[in-house]
Unconditional design. Sequence first.
Length: 296
Amino acid sequence: MRRDDVEFDADRGVKLHGWLLSPAGSGTYPAITMAHGYAGVKEHGLEPFARAFAEAGFVVLVHDHRSFGASDGEPRQDVDPWQQIGDWRRAISFLESRPEVDAQRIGLWGTSYAGGHAIVLGATDRRLRCVVAQVPTISGYEQGLRRIPPDAVAALEEAFAEDERAQARGEPPRYQAIVSADPAVPAAYRAPDAIDFYRQPVPDGIWENTVTVRSTRSARMYEPGAWIGRVSPTPLLMVVALNDTIALTELALAGYERALEPKRLEVIPGGHFDPYLSSFTQSSRAALQWFSEHLA
């Protein structure tokens, strides 16, 4: 197996950067395209999954979303779900163009926020032969109702409005932290497991603890679960954590019930970040079995 740094064109002159992991040997192989969730980079725990897939005989592309990590894009640290989905289609096209890839056998793996992208792409891009949505976002609106205290909503909406007014004056987008335990610091996540995950050691200059305020507005508007009934006939595997307080277990299970066959549910113990950590063996094995079944 080898890992190469690669780049490919998105739109507007933006280049996306990532890793291409390839099995040893010649010939063509089935392929898997992967990306991270909200404000994450590929160094946040994706390489173990990619290596497991490549060692099993798949070509694996892992890219950083636009404006994050090694990829181009301005403003930096800006999460636009529909832009990320559009860029991911270019990643699929890039894989199709590779001589070592069987273009008729491409699957997609997305996690957390990008697990929601996996659902949308599974429903709208029939080049994909199967998809895996790990601890996926199902409803930004419902997540917001459960995760944002009612007495904090007015201040959040005012922050959105002030950011919009500032951009109308020609100012750059405003920023907040991705994670912080300090209640005085505006942040997307405050849970200890989220703080530990995002602040895990990564190479210097790869990740920073900031994200645009408007990214939070976009997240609250994002409803990938609306597409879940349209993924079929593309096979869908959902990996759901039993104690997920980020993407919320109840929303994921309800979304799975709305999905049509062929589908499979893998339930793991723990919270949102355990598929990368204590339950990695179970989550990666379930995905590998799914890809082996539908891309073999």
